[in-house]
Design a protein around this ligand. Sequence first.
Ligand SMILES: Cc1cc2nc3c(=O)[nH]c(=O)nc-3n(C[C@H](O)[C@H](O)[C@H](O)COP(=O)(O)O)c2cc1C
Length: 439
Amino acid sequence: MANLLQTKYWPHIDGLRAFAVMAVLFFHFKTPGFSDGYLGVDIFFVISGFLVSRLILKDIEEFEKVRFGRFFARRIRRLFPTLAAVCVVTAIIAYGLLDNERLTAFGKSVGAAIISLSNINFWSESGYFDTGSDTKPLLHTWSLSVEEQFYLFWPAAKMFTDARALKADEVKAMITRFADTAEAAKSAGFDGVQIHAAHGYLVAQFLSPLSNLREDEWGGSLENRARFLLEIVRAVRERTGKKFGLAVKLNSADFQRGGFDVDDAKQVVKWLNKESVDFVELSGGSYESAAMAGAAEEDNPSSTMLREIYFIEFAKEIEKIAKMPLMVTGGITKRETAEMAMESGAVEIVGIARAYGYNPYIARDWAAGQNTDVRLPEVKSKNKTFKVLATMGMTKANLYTMGEGGMPKAKRSPLIAVIRGQMKQAKLTKQYRKWLDQA
Ligand SMILES: Cc1cc2nc3c(=O)[nH]c(=O)nc-3n(C[C@H](O)[C@H](O)[C@H](O)COP(=O)(O)O)c2cc1C
């Protein structure tokens, strides 16, 4: 790896580039023998992917993080002058050759190329303008935009370090840290804490047979996989005393084939019955299968009630064995639905998350007998991951607005919410890392 990360000039890469460019040029000039010359574009992609990945990996190796600002500044410095020159020269030629309508479309394509959205611009063009590639002089910036968009997301993917198994002493230390945190919360004045054993976070990773591949006392059988949660519950209770609130948020199921399912959840609740737990909140899913945000229910043609209260049917199952009160969270935005959940007899508490992002007064209104409903904005996309990110992003944006004293907005642009959310997350992560370094 160290050898690949060296920064010296490699002349053979320039040679390969020249070969790729010539192949594409010969293809365009219909030179015999070069009918597949467009493959030069792919060669270019591979070279570029190799060189840029080196830069990113070098940053990770040296600084243990990706320096996004430097990365994109470097790309802009490298690409923008050439792109600007191409746009200017093409504009002069286009002015003399294209009719008014095509000239307007060309103007749009210049704007799209500059902000690296050419592919989306050309892809969205249809009908009259969807004629030949020769009337779209900047069509070749399509692949450049795809490349830029790729680099926008690729470094973000490398923000997370690779997963590794905790060592046995690290597992013990982690349990102590849960107790430390609960104690800190108590001394800060909180009345209780909740152990998050859902949504694919650390405790849920121990519970799931898909992520927990350990062969020691913390992995293998469900009893072993649940040990981490049970030890945390005991440690927190021991440290905070009997009067401090202690809840567990548990997945009723992970919604992944071969993952933690409702029978596992029932067994874990049976074990929790023997511990001092004030209530169990039932949720489901993870970032890979976002049932907590309704992703599983979209495909479910069942009754309205089932669709609205995502995990109520699971709660009914688990209620049969639970000795502590249960809470269900997910999908509740109407007073009527909250009441339906309570009347089902399965739960004693309902949880509400996103609806508060649109109306912070719902609990007050419902308690006063008003039927204030919240309509969560619909995100129209076939991509479930994007839908989840957009839903979270829009809610978060409203929470930030309210935090600054403003009023929540009923509608926001999902794309902008996702981009802003990711940027804010990156900034907060940076702040947190800095704080960790100083601590
Ligand atoms: C902006 C946002 C942040 C969230 N953060 C957490 C979290 O830190 N822990 C957690 O258990 N659930 C979190 N969730 C999920 C919610 O607790 C809840 O399970 C989910 O939104 C479904 O409930 P709802 O339909 O009432 O929104 C978050 C949800 C949103 C929208």
